[in-house]
Ligand binder design. Structure first.
Ligand code: PEP
Length: 253
C-alpha cells in the first residue's frame, strides 16, 4: 500500500504574517496520526522560517524549484545543498509554470531532478499536457517524453526516491480539474511506463494528481487506484480547504 501524500504548492504567495497565520491554523487542524505525508512548498525566502516554525510537526517542507548546478556563479539561483542546509527535504521540478514561463525543457528538468537527488532531496517531478496536446490525442506521447527524459538521464532506480505529479496544464489554476477517470488513465500510464523498466519501482512510486484539487473533489480523485494524493496550489492557501483535502487523503488509505 502506498502512503498517500498531500503537497501544498504556495507558488508566489505569502508574507511572514500570512504564512504564520496559515501555519497556525493548519497546526490546529491537521491530525498527526493520519496515515499520510503532508508537505508545504513556500517561496525560497520563507523556507528557513517555515522549517523552523514546523520543527516537531509532522509536516514536511519543500522548495518550488532548484538550480541544476551544484553551486557557483549562477546569480539568482539556489542550489540543492542550500535547500538541504535550511531543512528542506523535498523540491518540485518541472512544474508547468517553470516549463512555460522560464522555458525549462525536458533536459533541464532532468538535470534538476538529478541535482535534487544529489543534494539529498526528494524530487517531486511534474508532468502534464496542455489542452491543445490533449485535444490532439497526444497526452501519452507528451507524458512519455517528459518522463523518459528523466529516466534516460538519471536511470529508473532514481524513481524509487522520487514522487511524480501528474498535472494537466489545462487544470492548473483554472477551476477545471481532470475527472477521476482522466486522472486515473494517465496515472496508470505513468506507472506502467516506469514498471516497464522496473516493476517494483513502478508499483511503489507515488503519483500525485494536481490541477484544481479542492475539498469538494479530493475524495473522488483520491479514490482512484493509481492516485496517491494531490499536489495542491490555490486550495493549499486556505487552511480549511487544505485540511479537508488532507482528510480525504487519509480516508483514501
Ligand atoms: C499547482 O500549482 O501545482 C496546482 C495544481 O495549482 P491549483 O491547485 O491551483 O490548480
Amino acid at each position: 500500500m502506498r502512503r498517500p501524500m498531500v503537497a501544498g504548492n504556495w507558488k508566489m504567495h505569502g508574507s511572514e504574517a500570512a504564512n504564520s497565520a496559515l501555519l497556525s491554523e493548519l497546526e490546529m487542524r491537521l491530525q498527526p496520526e493520519w496515515p499520510i505525508d503532508v508537505a508545504v512548498f513556500p517561496p525560497f525566502v520563507y523556507l528557513a522560517e517555515v522549517v523552523r516554525r514546523l520543527r516537531g510537526a509532522s509536516v514536511g517542507v519543500g522548495a518550488q524549484d532548484v538550480c541544476a548546478e551544484p553551486g557557483g556563479a549562477f546569480t539568482g539561483e539556489v542550489a540543492g545543498s542550500m535547500l538541504r542546509d535550511v531543512g528542506c527535504t523535498l523540491v518540485i521540478v518541472g512544474h508547468s509554470e517553470r516549463r512555460r514561463w522560464y522555458h525549462e525543457d525536458d533536459a533541464v528538468v532532468a538535470r534538476k531532478f538529478g541535482a535534487a537527488l544529489a543534494a539529498g532531496l526528494t524530487p517531486v517531478l511534474c508532468v502534464g499536457e496542455t489542452l491543445e496536446e490533449r485535444e490532439a490525442g497526444m497526452t501519452e506521447t507528451v507524458i512519455a517524453r517528459q518522463l523518459d527524459a528523466v529516466l534516460a538521464m538519471n536511470g529508473v532506480a532514481t524513481l524509487a526516491e522520487a514522487i511524480v505529479a501528474y498535472e494537466p496544464v489545462w487544470a492548473i489554476g483554472t477551476g477545471r480539474n481532470a475527472s477521476p477517470d482522466q486522472a486515473e488513465a494517465v496515472h496508470a500510464f505513468v506507472r506502467r511506463r516506469i514498471a516497464e523498466q522496473n516493476a517494483t519501482i513502478g508499483g511503489r512510486v507515488r503519483i500525485l494528481y494536481g490541477g484544481s484539487v479542492k475539498a469538494a473533489n479530493a475524495a473522488e480523485l483520491f479514490s482512484m487506484p493509481d492516485v496517491d494524493g494531490g499536489l495542491v496550489g490555490g486550495a493549499s492557501l486556505v487552511a480549511d480547504e487544505f485540511h479537508q483535502i488532507c482528510a480525504a487523503a487519509a480516508a483514501s488509505h
